[in-house]
Write a new protein. Structure first.
Length: 95
Protein backbone atom coordinates (compact mmCIF):
# COMPACT_ATOMS: atom_id res chain seq x y z
CA UNK A 1 0.00 0.00 0.00
CA UNK A 2 1.11 3.51 -0.78
CA UNK A 3 -0.39 6.79 0.31
CA UNK A 4 0.12 9.66 -2.12
CA UNK A 5 -1.39 13.07 -2.75
CA UNK A 6 -2.34 14.17 -6.27
CA UNK A 7 -3.50 17.52 -7.67
CA UNK A 8 -7.15 17.51 -8.76
CA UNK A 9 -8.37 20.16 -11.18
CA UNK A 10 -11.75 21.73 -11.94
CA UNK A 11 -13.34 21.26 -8.49
CA UNK A 12 -15.48 24.25 -7.50
CA UNK A 13 -17.64 23.13 -4.57
CA UNK A 14 -18.44 20.44 -2.01
CA UNK A 15 -20.44 18.46 -4.58
CA UNK A 16 -17.35 18.34 -6.80
CA UNK A 17 -15.37 16.94 -3.88
CA UNK A 18 -18.06 14.30 -3.30
CA UNK A 19 -18.07 13.30 -6.98
CA UNK A 20 -14.28 12.97 -7.10
CA UNK A 21 -14.19 11.02 -3.82
CA UNK A 22 -16.92 8.64 -5.01
CA UNK A 23 -15.18 8.07 -8.34
CA UNK A 24 -11.90 7.21 -6.62
CA UNK A 25 -13.19 5.16 -3.70
CA UNK A 26 -15.23 2.93 -6.01
CA UNK A 27 -12.05 1.62 -7.65
CA UNK A 28 -10.67 -1.79 -6.74
CA UNK A 29 -7.34 -1.39 -4.97
CA UNK A 30 -8.18 1.95 -3.33
CA UNK A 31 -8.22 1.62 0.45
CA UNK A 32 -8.85 5.24 1.49
CA UNK A 33 -9.31 8.65 -0.13
CA UNK A 34 -9.51 12.17 1.24
CA UNK A 35 -10.35 14.93 -1.25
CA UNK A 36 -9.61 18.52 -0.24
CA UNK A 37 -11.23 21.45 -2.06
CA UNK A 38 -8.98 24.10 -0.46
CA UNK A 39 -5.78 22.44 -1.68
CA UNK A 40 -7.35 20.95 -4.84
CA UNK A 41 -5.87 17.60 -3.97
CA UNK A 42 -6.71 14.00 -3.20
CA UNK A 43 -4.78 11.95 -0.66
CA UNK A 44 -5.17 8.37 -1.81
CA UNK A 45 -4.09 5.14 -0.13
CA UNK A 46 -4.00 2.37 -2.70
CA UNK A 47 -2.47 -0.98 -3.56
CA UNK A 48 -0.06 -0.31 -6.43
CA UNK A 49 -0.21 -3.96 -7.48
CA UNK A 50 -3.95 -3.53 -8.22
CA UNK A 51 -4.27 0.03 -9.52
CA UNK A 52 -2.10 2.82 -10.90
CA UNK A 53 -2.37 6.61 -10.76
CA UNK A 54 -3.22 6.53 -14.48
CA UNK A 55 -6.26 4.31 -13.80
CA UNK A 56 -7.31 6.56 -10.92
CA UNK A 57 -7.04 9.56 -13.26
CA UNK A 58 -9.30 7.80 -15.78
CA UNK A 59 -12.03 7.57 -13.13
CA UNK A 60 -11.58 11.22 -12.13
CA UNK A 61 -11.76 12.33 -15.79
CA UNK A 62 -14.87 10.18 -16.33
CA UNK A 63 -16.46 12.04 -13.40
CA UNK A 64 -15.78 15.36 -15.17
CA UNK A 65 -12.59 16.52 -13.46
CA UNK A 66 -8.86 16.17 -14.04
CA UNK A 67 -5.97 14.82 -11.98
CA UNK A 68 -2.19 14.93 -12.29
CA UNK A 69 -0.63 11.47 -12.12
CA UNK A 70 2.59 12.78 -10.60
CA UNK A 71 2.32 12.82 -6.78
CA UNK A 72 2.55 16.22 -5.12
CA UNK A 73 5.87 16.93 -3.43
CA UNK A 74 5.89 15.99 0.22
CA UNK A 75 3.63 13.00 -0.42
CA UNK A 76 5.26 9.68 0.32
CA UNK A 77 4.30 6.11 0.87
CA UNK A 78 3.73 4.71 4.36
CA UNK A 79 6.73 2.39 4.19
CA UNK A 80 9.15 5.31 3.76
CA UNK A 81 7.45 7.24 6.56
CA UNK A 82 7.70 4.25 8.91
CA UNK A 83 11.39 3.83 8.10
CA UNK A 84 12.07 7.53 8.72
CA UNK A 85 10.07 7.48 11.94
CA UNK A 86 11.77 4.34 13.20
CA UNK A 87 15.16 5.83 12.35
CA UNK A 88 14.39 9.08 14.16
CA UNK A 89 13.07 7.41 17.30
CA UNK A 90 15.82 4.84 17.21
CA UNK A 91 18.37 7.67 17.23
CA UNK A 92 16.42 9.51 19.90
CA UNK A 93 16.35 6.43 22.11
CA UNK A 94 19.93 5.46 21.29
CA UNK A 95 19.03 2.31 19.35
Amino acid sequence: MVKQSFAVKNMMCAMCVAHVRKAIESLEGVKDVNVNLASNSALIEYDESKISPAKIKEAVVAAGYDMDTTPLSGASDDQDEKKKSKGFFGKLLGR
